[in-house]
Design a protein around this ligand. Sequence first.
Ligand SMILES: C[S@@+](CC[C@H](N)C(=O)[O-])C[C@H]1O[C@@H](n2cnc3c(N)ncnc32)[C@H](O)[C@@H]1O
Length: 210
Amino acid sequence: MTSKRIELTPELFRRADETDDARFYQSPRFVTHIDDAAIAAVTTLYREYFPAGLAVLDLMSSWISHLPEDVVYREVVGLGMNREELAANPRLTKFVVQDLNREPLLPFADAAFDSAAICVSIDYLTQPVEVLRETARVLKPQSPVVITFSNRCFPTKAVAAWHSLDDAGHLKLVEAYLNAAGGWRDIELLDRSPKKLFSDPLFAAIARRA
Ligand SMILES: C[S@@+](CC[C@H](N)C(=O)[O-])C[C@H]1O[C@@H](n2cnc3c(N)ncnc32)[C@H](O)[C@@H]1O
């Protein structure tokens, strides 16, 4: 399947649970959503793509950002749904509670950040093209967005498109989102699954702000 063949029609963004996301995320979940080996693969990617000293935007953030502990960033801003989780995240210098499915416009200035991350969450966006267009707007030129995911999800909140595709299809879907959003170049689709037996797989779609 090529990204050109994925037509992003509205029915692809329906969910089994269409109730307000604020309800689903009202209680904090102090858990990890992928295993340690997959988290280590995310951290390795951040080490490769997010140099020290820069400003990082962690979209769809929680109590853990997976950034390398020894790397100091100028600022790390988190945006997510649960205030308690975000307040407990030791890496965040600032956070915003915002439902991107209600308001996909980001509350940040143009070119405010040097890098952006979306970890194991892209499958919950009902307007991913708008959110990625906004992500490009708030990044400086050449800055990377690192979108990672595995093969697990909250099924009732993941969009229909996600359920209809396999791992390779998910990579193509995210590529289609980035292409539809515009403002992105050098899209890479990576399988960074840990070699460890039985660990969670880990995939990444990475692009640079044009
Ligand atoms: C599976 S968790 C992943 C959290 C974190 N990125 C991580 O790697 O552990 C999904 C996250 O997406 C966020 N999220 C889900 N729906 C959202 C929405 N509509 N707007 C903003 N954030 C959302 C939730 O707050 C939650 O933290």
